[in-house]
Design a protein around this ligand. Structure first.
Ligand code: ZN
Length: 324
């Protein structure tokens, strides 16, 4: 059972005293910047930028943290101050942790052969904050990466250490009726206006390059395959399948009722789009599930394409036909 953290101004003062203290000192990357790690990263990210291959390759800037990671065996460079800070938070009841965000700055490109060293400092500890997850403190660590004497990049990493909010047991408490805000509107711009016009007419339009006929979604001003700016459209047949999905639990946005499934739908035409699957409970959405397009009116103005789970298309006994 969770409790309010035993917080006080006194705790806040003790936590603040850790600002500026070392989190890790003069640690070295386990490997120099190297082409195999760059290649694996690019494959995992699907990044085919030619800057990351060949004799003049640079490392993708967002790999910055990868060069500092300790792997399974870890680093020995972590300071006692950081451990003390986390222990203090644990003892005050802030036993849960969630990584909230990171920020990076790049001072110069990294190239194979660069030997990385890094120092980390506890940059800031926030005042006590109450969030949907619970009450606690944001701790920001700043890592400075060097090659020789040169600063090459900075990686800031923020966590929330918190005491989990008390979970209600039994039936939900009566809450005052509040009018639910409308579902957020799509952002219509010059590049995607034609798509939303199609939706208003209950047609799902896929952009097609008039240079190389490649289909694309979402709509873009040019073709990623051949660079041609010209396009026309083809209307989707409306069939497809769930390529992947997530179940959204947190954070709860006012216009939505979590948990719900957000799916990446692969249309039969080959392009993919993010949408909702309707017609089945969220926990029954599965990869490969056949779906069919519908247009759903969410309110008087907003219509969105959604996908209804289709009955299993494999019949029992004679006359069976495969799903694909
Ligand atoms: Zn093209």
């Amino acid at each position: 059972m969770a409790h309010e953290p035993r917080v006080s101004d006194e705790l806040g003062r003790r936590l603040k005293a850790y600002e500026g203290r070392t989190a890790a000192v003069s640690a070295a990357g386990k490997d120099p910047v190297n082409a195999p790690m760059i290649r694996h990263w690019c494959e995992a990210m699907g990044d085919t930028n030619p800057a990351y291959t060949g004799p003049d390759a640079i490392a993708p800037p967002t790999m910055l943290q990868a060069w500092t990671m300790g792997g399974l065996s870890g680093h020995t460079a972590r300071s006692s101050a950081y451990d003390e800070l986390l222990t203090l938070l644990d003892e005050s009841g802030c036993t849960s942790v969630v990584a909230t965000d990171c920020e990076q700055e790049y001072a110069r490109p990294l190239r194979p052969g660069d030997e990385i060293t890094f120092d980390a400092v506890i940059e800031s500890v926030s005042d006590r904050k109450t969030t949907k997850l619970g009450t606690g403190y944001f701790v920001t660590t700043r890592m400075d990466l060097h090659v020789g004497p040169d600063l090459v990049g900075t990686h800031r990493f923020r966590i929330l250490k918190y005491a989990p909010a008390h979970r209600r047991e039994g039936p939900p408490r009566e809450e005052p009726e509040r009018e639910k805000p409308p579902r957020p509107r799509p952002v219509v711009n010059r590049d995607n206006a034609g798509f939303w016009e199609g939706v208003r007419e209950r047609r799902l339009l896929i952009q097609r390059c008039t240079g190389c006929s490649t289909l694309r979604h979402p709509w873009l001003p040019g073709c990623a395959t051949c660079g041609h700016p010209g396009w026309d459209t083809v209307e989707a047949s409306g069939t497809g399948q769930v390529h992947s999905y997530v179940v959204m639990h947190h954070p709860p946005f006012p216009a939505f009722d979590p948990p719900y499934a957000v799916a990446l739908i692969e249309l039969t035409e080959g392009v993919r789009m993010i949408s909702n699957v309707i017609g089945v409970p969220y926990e029954e959405v599965r990869i490969g599930m056949p779906v069919r397009l519908e247009f759903k009116a969410y309110d008087e103005e907003l219509v969105l394409p959604v996908f209804r789970a289709e009955e299993e298309r494999v019949a029992v006994g004679g006359g069976s036909r495969a799903a694909r």
